[in-house]
Design a protein. Structure first.
Length: 135
């Protein structure tokens, strides 16, 4: 499932804009995310921190939780945006979360603070992974 240039443009714009929704008073590290669903919808997320630090949630998991609860089951791409350079990539916990709902060729676009990106597949981000098919 490849995505069009127009879809990527929207995906990146929404992921970058979602940084403004981050609740990150402790780290001040804003992260925005946007998922493109198989049905063509865009679902955003941002990191939501907590005074009890481990309770905080990453942008990617907020976005996937929102998408799943909205009834989406198949996904075409994910974009993650931060303010740093080079672009940050999803943390290990988020990689496992994304793995639950995507296949090995699923693309993750990572945007830096200037809007430049690198893209990697889930297989590259989480090789030899454990997933739903293993249970
Ligand atoms: N963060 C994300 O939202 N996604 C990641 O993949 C890496 C880290 C958030 C968690 C925390 O709110 C802040 O970035 C600093 O770690």
């Amino acid at each position: 499932m490849s995505i069009t240039a127009q879809e990527l443009e929207i995906l990146s714009t929404k992921a970058i804009a979602a940084k403004a929704s981050a609740y990150c008073p402790y780290s001040k590290f804003r992260v925005g995310a946007c998922i493109l669903t198989a049905s063509g919808e865009f679902i955003v997320g941002a990191n939501v921190e907590n005074a009890s630090y481990p309770v905080g949630t990453c942008a990617e998991r907020v976005a996937f939780g929102t998408a799943i609860v909205a009834g989406h089951k198949e996904f075409k791409a994910l974009a993650v945006a931060t303010d740093i350079k080079p672009a940050a990539s999803p943390c290990g916990m988020c990689r496992q979360c994304i793995r639950e709902f995507t296949g090995p060729s699923f693309p993750v676009y990572m945007y830096d603070g200037d809007g430049s990106y690198k893209v990697m597949t889930m297989e590259e981000l989480l090789p030899d992974s454990f997933g739903p098919g293993d249970l």
